[in-house]
Design a protein around this ligand. Structure first.
Ligand SMILES: [Zn+2]
Length: 406
């Protein structure tokens, strides 16, 4: 049974938690075959082989269960909590990295550093966050070896470690970086009971606290997407911390689901863009096709066209500079141009920048460019004869645009 130590009140007053460190790996580190049947990826956990003493502490006026391991307080398996005198906000509201910039360094000799550079490249390709190698910055992420995969939640000030045991994959690293920039586990949403059922009877003894919402844990936070996303890279799998091979999380209809650790989901990207909004260059541009006509947003009310003889309101776009050399285009209706992934004509009706709203400008000399969507295809003017698409594999005349004002 749980063994709670109760702190006395004066001690509690001095114990104000400023930082959360999430560790994210399971006990199946030693390639436990049975466990692999349940989960096709490794659940992140800070100290996979250890179970700490459970403590109940008061945090922001609420009692919270934490696990004390190696002098760290561990929440949700891979979230580390530090205790300090300052009551900083934690989790998904506080602890942001200024200017969308995360400084980092890597422990020399750390195994398989490509998983870190690949994870960073993934983040930069999907979001407005940039990751810059630290020179002398005070606040930075330090990737180092450790017994599991773990990270603090949000920027905590000073050096903050992301630990990566040899078994931690690129996907695990993407997940840990998610914590470091301020993401909770997806199942910690306070509205999660609308989407999932947590089966506490199947959870390993002592690990139940991993399945509490951030609110139940007394942490501050917010939901930056409209609903729980089972495909989020921050979502635990159905069999996380199972003690008996039975699921610990199921859909509300009782069915299990597959979690993933391949990369950020579209919903992840939407939430992150709210937390770290892309920077607006402020430049307003016009795009003229090789038919001599201008691209129109059609005010978002129908698919876009390249058939306007003059550039007025609907033919003006604001360029939003994203990381990784990508841009988004915002029409005068305040909405973003979407590639629609090449599946249907492009539109200017999106309120958020997700993957489909990101384009790479491919220089064709002078101020002529092609625009490549994240589907790898190019936007075509269709010579102004029909609605524009983003489904061309090569750049021909109809895929070139003169962009004035960049
Ligand atoms: Zn985690």
């Amino acid at each position: 049974m749980k063994n709670y130590s109760k702190f006395n009140v004066p001690f509690l007053l001095g114990l104000i938690i400023s930082i959360l460190f999430l560790s994210c790996e399971t006990q199946d580190f030693e390639s436990n075959e049975e466990q692999n049947l349940y989960d096709n990826f490794m659940l992140e956990q800070a100290f996979p082989d250890e179970t700490g003493e459970l403590l109940r502490i008061t945090l922001d006026g609420d009692e919270v269960d934490v696990e004390s391991i190696n002098k760290h307080y561990i929440l949700e398996g891979d979230i580390k909590i530090m205790l300090s005198d300052n009551n900083k906000s934690v989790g998904r509201i506080g602890g942001r990295w200024p200017n969308n910039t995360v400084y980092y360094s890597i422990q020399s000799g750390l195994t398989n550093q490509a998983r870190i550079t690949n994870a960073i490249a993934h983040w930069e390709s999907k979001t407005a966050l940039r990751f810059v190698q630290r020179t002398n910055q005070a606040n930075y992420v330090y990737f180092r070896s450790g017994s599991g995969c773990s990270s603090y939640v949000g920027r905590i000030g000073g050096r903050q470690d992301i630990t990566l045991a040899n078994g931690c994959s690129t996907g695990n690293t993407i997940h840990e970086i998610g914590h470091a920039i301020g993401l909770w586990h997806e199942q910690s949403r306070k509205d999660r009971d609308q989407y999932i059922k947590v089966l506490f009877e199947n959870i390993q003894s002592g690990k139940e606290f991993n399945f509490r919402t951030y609110q139940e844990q007394g942490q501050d936070g917010n939901e930056y997407t409209s609903s729980l996303d089972l495909g989020s890279i921050m979502m635990y799998g159905s069999y996380a911390f199972s003690k008996n091979g039975q699921p610990t999380i199921v859909r509300t209809n009782g069915n299990t689901y597959n979690a993933q650790r391949n990369g950020l989901s579209n919903s992840d990207v939407i939430g992150i863009n709210k937390m770290y909004p892309p920077v607006t260059s402020g430049n307003t541009v016009e795009l003229r096709g090789n038919n001599g006509k201008y691209v129109s947003s059609e005010n978002g009310s129908k698919p876009m066209n390249c058939n306007r003889t003059t550039a007025q309101g609907w033919e003006k776009f604001q360029v939003i500079t994203l990381s990784g050399g990508k841009v988004a285009l915002k029409g005068s209706n305040g909405k973003y141009v979407s590639s629609e992934n090449g599946n249907k004509p492009i539109t200017c009706n999106r309120t958020q920048i997700g993957s489909w709203e990101q384009f790479t400008l491919v220089s064709r000399g002078g101020n002529t460019y092609a625009l490549r969507g994240n589907n790898g295809k190019y936007i075509s003017s269709e010579n102004g004869l029909q609605s524009m698409t983003c489904n061309r594999t090569a750049i021909g005349n109809w895929e070139e645009f003169v962009i004035s004002g960049l």
